[in-house]
Design a protein around this ligand. Structure first.
Ligand code: BG6
Length: 477
């Protein structure tokens, strides 16, 4: 049995801040903090030209992704804390716009290069392995304005140029590469996923969404090819967000709906990236939604030849498939779903389902027969910092414990699990709702939704719990 690497994860736009240091504006930088009015997961507005213009001009709105957790400023202290925690592996992402502010420059922004030089060096000193996400949502805004994001094939070339720089500069440091975070987010949240400016009030055209996804598949295959040609030692992965669907009732119609929801929402992108071909079920879906993909023979051959080495997914909560509108709705990561009466939910409505994680591990391994990684998992909650600098997050410890038990059970049942990453290991800005108050970390960052606070770091109770858990896992090897 392989050992599981126990890790933690962040994303550049949610963590780094330092937006003035030569970085270009990206899509996340255009999202202001807007108080949530309901239990909604997201306050993401559509990326219209008006939103972009407002973001460029605005002086009185707070844009949380421009500040993140002040990670650039605190990175040395943070990596020392990750080492003290005993992490085997750290997942983080490179900010495209920090290196290439408009995506088109021929030489990168030196301040960005210096920052990542420092991060990789510190991680190596601390003997922490690296899982690097090349692109976690944020797209340089200039690419969106000039080319309509990933709808344009030109964006593939710009992404490959960015990747080539990263490979050549930091290739030796990286153990696992991920070309795109949650690639299926392009479908649920085109703003984040494919950097698509909304053109018409009625919504995005499916044509644009799926053409953009096709371009991301090709970009993924092209960088895998390049990485292999350069002889990089790291392995390449693919990642989707998983929702562990249940049929709402035992009605056969609900069961069929579940299978079809899983296919389109969950498996489609991974089927392409892992199997190298578009799955059979997408042809009728495309037909039904008037999608005519523009593909070339060369692109399809690339997809076939350069598939991923490992598969990974994010998992926070489970969802329900139903042919009727019956039942109360609740939020979940990327999807809105029907409430499951057997599950409790977080304050944001995300239903807590540890067995769903074990089920997902089996489904993913069964389907792809490749090593599996849980690239994200965790519990978003409001935490309270006591006057003596403690955070008693027993709810997060309970979430970890229940989920870890199921991971270890799946492993003993034969699933080849390589790594687990606790999401937002250091408190970061929420990708869905732009709040600092929705915290996942075992390390607390003293800041509020409006960016006020000392940004000092504090160890939560879950820090000591996870530290001890990792120690015990190592002892039992
Ligand atoms: C995943 C994203 O979908 O969910 C992360 O990859 C995100 O970027 C995470 O932070 C949790 O979502 P949220 O909205 O609670 O931050």
């Amino acid at each position: 049995m392989n050992r599981i690497y126990w890790g933690g994860a962040t994303a550049s736009s949610q963590y780094e801040g330092a937006y003035e240091e030569g970085k270009g504006l990206d899509t996340q930088d255009c999202r202001p903090y807007l108080p949530r009015t309901s239990n909604a997961t997201t306050t993401t507005r559509l990326l219209t030209q008006a939103v972009i213009d407002e973001a460029k001009a605005s002086t009185d709105q707070f844009y949380p992704f421009r500040k993140g957790s002040l990670g650039v400023e605190h990175c040395q202290e943070d990596i020392e804390l990750l080492a003290e925690l005993g992490l085997d592996i750290y997942r983080f992402s490179i900010s495209w716009a920090r290196l290439f502010p408009t995506g088109e420059e021929s030489t990168p922004n030196q301040a960005g290069v210096d920052y990542y030089d420092q991060v990789f060096k510190l991680l190596k000193e601390k003997n922490i392995k690296v899982f690097l996400t090349m692109n976690h949502y944020a797209v340089p805004l200039a690419i969106v304005e000039n080319y309509r994001g990933w709808t344009n094939k030109k964006t593939i070339a710009l992404y490959v140029k960015f990747a080539e720089f990263v490979f050549k500069r930091w290739g030796d440091y990286v153990d696992f590469w991920l070309p795109f975070n949650e690639i299926n987010a392009g479908y649920f949240s085109p703003y984040n996923g494919v950097g698509l400016v909304k053109l018409e009030e009625a919504g995005y055209k499916f044509q644009d969404v799926f053409q953009s996804l096709h371009h991301q598949f090709v970009a993924s295959a092209r960088v895998i090819k390049l990485g292999r040609e350069l002889g990089l030692r790291g392995e390449f992965g693919a990642m989707v967000s998983c929702f562990c669907y249940y049929p709402n009732t035992t009605k056969p119609e609900d069961n069929l709906k579940m299978v079809q929801d899983e296919q389109v929402n969950q498996w489609f992108c991974m089927d392409v990236l892992s199997n190298g071909v578009y799955p059979y079920y997408m042809q009728p879906f495309f037909k039904q939604h008037d999608v005519v993909l523009e593909t070339t023979e060369e692109e399809l051959a690339l997809l076939k030849e350069h598939t991923c080495d490992f598969v990974s997914f994010s998992y926070y909560s489970s969802a329900i498939s139903s042919v009727t509108e019956e039942g109360q709705q609740t939020a979940g990561n990327l999807v809105v779903t029907t409430k499951n009466p057997h599950l409790k939910a977080s304050e944001w409505g995300w239903q807590i389902d540890p067995i769903g994680l074990r089920t997902t591990l089996h489904k993913v391994y069964d389907r792809y027969q490749k090593p599996v990684m849980i690239a994200e998992n965790g519990f978003g909650a409001h935490d309270e910092l006591t006057t003596t600098g403690e955070i008693h997050d027993d709810y997060r410890i309970a979430y970890f414990k229940e989920h870890f038990d199921e991971i270890l059970a799946a492993q003993s049942e034969g699933v080849d699990i390589r790594a687990y990453f606790a999401w937002g290991i250091i408190d970061i800005v929420s990708a869905g709702s732009c709040e600092m108050g929705k915290r996942y970390g075992v390390i607390y960052v003293d800041a509020d939704n409006q960016g006020h606070g000392t940004y000092n770091r504090y160890k939560k109770d879950s820090f000591y719990w996870y530290q001890n858990f990792i120690k015990e896992q190592h002892q039992s090897e």
